[in-house]
Design a protein around this ligand. Structure first.
Ligand code: SAM
Length: 294
């Protein structure tokens, strides 16, 4: 077995809460998500999970009779499980996106890195895109550690990934694909553009401001893009939310993420989430048999 990296989970809360990581120029991560919340209705697949993704979570993790913990308040996933507790740090996202508490589901304000549950108490845990929105590998490792700590020995977790190809796409090819109608949604294009800019970035990180810069370089004429694809200008304009954002995303290749996860779980699998646009880069990472590290 390969040597495990030093456990970072203990430091996670202080790292994640440091001002330089969470805020920049006076703008904080919760404001990034609040800005996205304001145009939520303009978002679409793959950022918002289509029905086949919801079915994949259910099928792969056998959620029907479980109490499911969800990272975030993704409305499409709110009906999964026999019961659900959704955890999100943003009161605005809970108020604005969550479809509401019922007898069987509720949303609580909390931090994924410091979960409000006892260790080894969670049956099933899901999260959509979570590993990409927290940034560098140290945070991915801290998140794996947090999940491993929370899960029961026979618990399971599923995180839908946004993974970059092993060989980066040429921006010219992505531009040609989009203008010829080969990209299903603007949001798929946004991720394809982001993935062209990863290059040799450490930990495959991508400040979202660079996604916007790369997009503006590749598609300087938004009206042309709109005319050629049929995407409304306000939908294309959703990318402008990245302009002053401190958020750092990551788009790692699947092999790198599996290797990172294997330090925290004995059973790590990958499942397809369907056939929607970019589905091949949005697989489900299934995590079982948590390694007890503390
Ligand atoms: C579930 S994620 C990704 C959503 C969407 N599928 C996408 O790809 O853009 C978005 C949510 O994560 C929440 N979030 C991000 N980091 C968090 C953390 N450390 N603890 C709790 N919630 C967090 C944000 O407030 C936001 O509501």
């Amino acid at each position: 077995m390969r040597a495990m990296p030093a456990p970072l989970a203990y430091q996670a809360s202080s790292i994640i809460r440091s001002n330089t990581t969470r805020c920049r120029g006076g703008i904080c991560m919760t404001e990034h998500w609040n800005a996205i919340r304001k145009h939520w209705q303009l978002l679409g697949s793959p950022l918002r999970p289509p029905a086949e993704v919801v079915e994949t979570y259910d099928r792969e993790l056998e959620l029907a009779r479980s109490h499911v913990v969800m990272f975030g308040v993704t409305p499409e996933l709110a009906g999964l499980g026999a019961r659900m507790t959704a955890v999100d740090e943003s009161a605005d996202m809970i108020a604005g996106i969550w479809p509401g508490d019922t007898d069987t589901r509720k949303a609580v304000q909390g931090d994924w890195f410091d979960l409000p549950f006892p260790g080894a108490s969670v049956d099933a845990l899901i999260g959509d895109g979570c590993l990409s929105v927290i940034g560098a590998a140290e945070f991915r490792r801290a998140l794996f550690a947090s999940i491993a700590r929370a899960l029961k020995d026979d618990g399971r977790a599923g995180i839908r990934l946004y993974v970059s190809p092993e060989t980066p796409d040429d921006p010219k090819d992505v531009r040609a694909l989009a203008l010829s109608g080969g990209v299903a949604t603007f949001h798929e294009l946004k991720w394809r553009v982001a993935m062209t800019a990863i290059g040799a970035a450490p930990d495959y990180i991508m400040p979202v401001r660079r996604i916007l810069e790369q997009f503006d370089r590749m598609f300087p004429d938004r009206e042309e893009l709109s005319a050629r694809t049929g995407w409304e200008l306000p939908v294309i304009g959703t990318i402008d939310v990245y302009r002053n954002s401190p958020a750092i995303y990551s788009f790692a290749p699947v092999a790198a993420l599996v290797q990172e996860a294997e330090a925290y779980f004995s059973d790590v699998g990958i499942a397809s989430t369907g056939t929607y646009g970019l589905a091949e880069r949005c697989p489900l990472l299934a995590l079982r048999s948590p390694k007890r590290r503390d």
